[in-house]
Design a protein around this ligand. Sequence first.
Ligand SMILES: [Zn+2]
Length: 243
Amino acid sequence: MRGTASNYVGYTIRISDYKDSDCIVTFLTEENVLTFRARGIKKIKSKNRNAISPLTKSEVTLLQMGESLTLSEAKQISAPKLNGDFLLNSCFSFLNELNSKIVDSDETSELYEWLDEAMNFLNQKNDEYLTPCLIYFAQFLRLEGYGLDVDDCVVCGKKNDIVGISLSKGGFLCREHLEFEFEKKEPRFLKIIRFCFRCSPKDMNRVHFEKKECLRCIAYLSEFYEQSAGEKLRSLEYLRLAS
Ligand SMILES: [Zn+2]
């Protein structure tokens, strides 16, 4: 018995083993996050194997039988262009690790546009890989519910005289509410962090921050993520080594 077939365009964000040669695939589309079963996908001969890979954009035909979705066909639209560049590969690992940690919520599908822009960027540019990774990370945090308040002082709401960030309070601090020396940050750092949380997907193509700046911000946000979600990002070390 065949179910109803529907087509979707999106990214494979997670693949988990299921039985001998099947997988359960988590697929991010512009509208939602789909979970479907891909039969025989682990077999070398599987025609859908290449299209269902991490960070790969594809068009899938899914069959619905009751509540469950099964993959019928997958056509690859674009795949990460692995070119032997250690930094680029590390960026892909980083995005992949973030995606593996996505907890599906109402806002998760908003990440699609960001991921799409980031992947277009990484697949086209020859350098400057870290800026889209940083922006994607900030947006991942925001949409996963770990956003930082970057519009005003998180304690009093004052918009001017912002001099630092408190990770425990979750946002910017004005001079008056800065408690510890380590919370103090220079204007450029605050500006970049604010930009990454506030920008739009198309901005990934417009801005470029220095490698060092990106790494510092990514490391800082990782610390925040670790504190808030209790999750460690292992691929961060590759980014450091590759830069
Ligand atoms: Zn304040």
